[in-house]
Design a protein around this ligand. Structure first.
Ligand code: HEM
Length: 415
């Protein structure tokens, strides 16, 4: 049984490896990661609600860095301390409240016509690529630009800067996800943080003087609802979290969902014939092959759990992707059924206090992207062998590097 989640097979065939872990035991120690892996649906669901498991991953992460990297990253950690996702109650709610009040489902729904426009432009680019080269990369043409454009516009930051956001996100991800503690990368992440802190501070000052119809203005208006009010660094932290959270996760969901559809042509045709079923279909696609493989917690208070002893300070992986394929929770979980009635109970957006604040936006974008993609390219197919598709080697995210696709009809514009 593989316990190294970065082993090549664990990256390429994550669901196969989770299957083995899940059937081996409810909870397994992964020596390579010095962490427990909670594999079954009920266990993951319960762990999300258990306050003995802390979300403060920053303190141990900072403690693990070498002293040079820690000094270089001091400002980066200050910024990250403004991210609600790293906090427990009551501080967590203090940071989440103003964002929840500003980032409402109604504000998200108002974006619908604009998201349709952006998707259609991306689909035009895909059709042009296919006409010229016989294939296109769905990640470059649709899955990456869509969330980047939408979150930039929602926040009120110039779309033209989005490539820079990507570089910065990647540098920060290396720190946040603990993939690097080398000083050279720390320096780059620190430079990126300084640049973005300065950037958002300027934007916040601008919208303080000239409020507009965007999320930054709404956050400025809501910051005093926290007790005490959000500080300037916390406000910058909230903006950067939204920018960061809204990027790669949605890109990867659109990529994985499309791969699942082209590998299940009967389901692709079914969706083409039942466009009104897109809401439930996207829940099933998320359950079947979501983008977050696991969430991390730290044992705050020691306790016994499903036969194992959790000790304070230990790391715990909540296996969300594994839970979403648990046969104890879902009937025939390795099959894709877009009309599955209980797909929405998947744990891909987490659960409980930290349930994803961006879920309405992620759902809107993915539903429109997949719905219009299928409507326009009814015969979409892979333009590479399944063995040629590669995923990024991380334990947290399931991210295709590329997804080459083609279509004989080449998706004439619906006009
Ligand atoms: C398919 C896309 C997405 C997925 C799979 C996803 C997944 C998640 C998950 C699993 C969590 C819980 C973290 C935890 O329990 O520690 C979370 C939290 C969060 N997400 Fe998302 N997310 C997505 C898109 C977005 C978008 C578009 C935004 C904002 C623009 C966003 C903003 C947030 C925020 C602010 C939190 C922190 C909530 C808290 O700690 O209270 N996410 N997300």
């Amino acid at each position: 049984m593989i316990t190294d989640l970065l082993a090549p097979r664990a990256v390429a065939d994550a669901h196969g490896v989770y299957h083995e872990l899940r059937e081996h035991a409810p909870i397994t120690w992964l020596p390579e990661h010095h962490a427990w892996f909670v594999a079954r649906y009920d266990g993951v669901h319960a762990a999300f609600r258990d306050l003995r498991l802390s979300s403060d991953r920053l303190t141990p992460l900072e403690a693990r860095l070498d002293p040079d990297a820690r000094a270089i990253l001091a400002d980066t950690f200050d910024l990250l301390r403004g991210w609600m996702v790293f906090h427990d109650p009551p501080h967590h709610e203090r940071l989440r409240g103003p964002v929840r009040r500003a980032f409402t489902p109604r504000a998200v729904e108002a974006l619908r016509p604009h998201v349709v426009e952006v998707v259609d432009e991306c689909l035009d680019d895909m059709a042009a690529d296919i006409a010229e080269h016989g294939r296109t990369d769905l990640i470059t043409r649709l899955a990456f630009p869509l969330p980047a454009i939408v979150i930039a516009e929602l926040l009120g930051v110039p779309v033209a800067d989005r490539d820079e956001f990507k570089t910065w996100s990647t540098q920060l991800a290396a720190i946040v996800f603990g993939t690097s503690d080398r000083s050279s990368q720390a320096e780059r992440a620190a430079a990126g943080t300084a640049r973005f802190a300065e950037y958002f501070t300027g934007l916040i000052e601008h919208y303080e003087r000239h409020p507009a119809d965007n999320l930054i203005s709404a956050l400025i208006a809501a910051r005093d609802t926290a007790e005490p009010p959000l500080s300037a660094t916390e406000l910058v932290g909230a903006c950067t979290l939204l920018l960061f959270g809204g990027h790669e996760t949605t890109t990867n969901l659109i990529g994985n969902a499309t791969r699942a559809l082209v590998e299940h042509p009967d389901q692709l045709r079914w969706l083409g014939a039942n466009p009104d079923a897109i809401g439930g279909a996207v829940e099933e696609l998320h359950r079947f092959d979501g983008t977050t493989k696991l969430m991390v917690r730290i044992v705050g208070e020691g306790h016994e759990r499903e036969g194992v002893e959790f000790e304070p300070g230990q790391t715990v992986f909540l296996g969300t992707a594994s839970a979403n394929r648990d046969p104890r929770a879902f009937d025939r979980p390795d099959e894709l059924h877009l009309d599955r009635p209980d797909a929405h109970k998947h744990l891909g957006f987490g659960y409980g206090l930290h349930f994803c604040l961006g879920a309405p936006l992620a759902r809107l974008e993915t539903q429109i992207a997949i719905g219009r993609l299928v409507g326009r390219f009814a015969d979409l197919e892979l333009a590479a062998g399944p063995d040629e598709l590669r995923y990024g080697a991380t334990i947290l995210g399931r991210a295709l590097d590329e997804l080459p696709v083609t279509s004989a009809g080449a998706g004439a514009s619906p006009g």
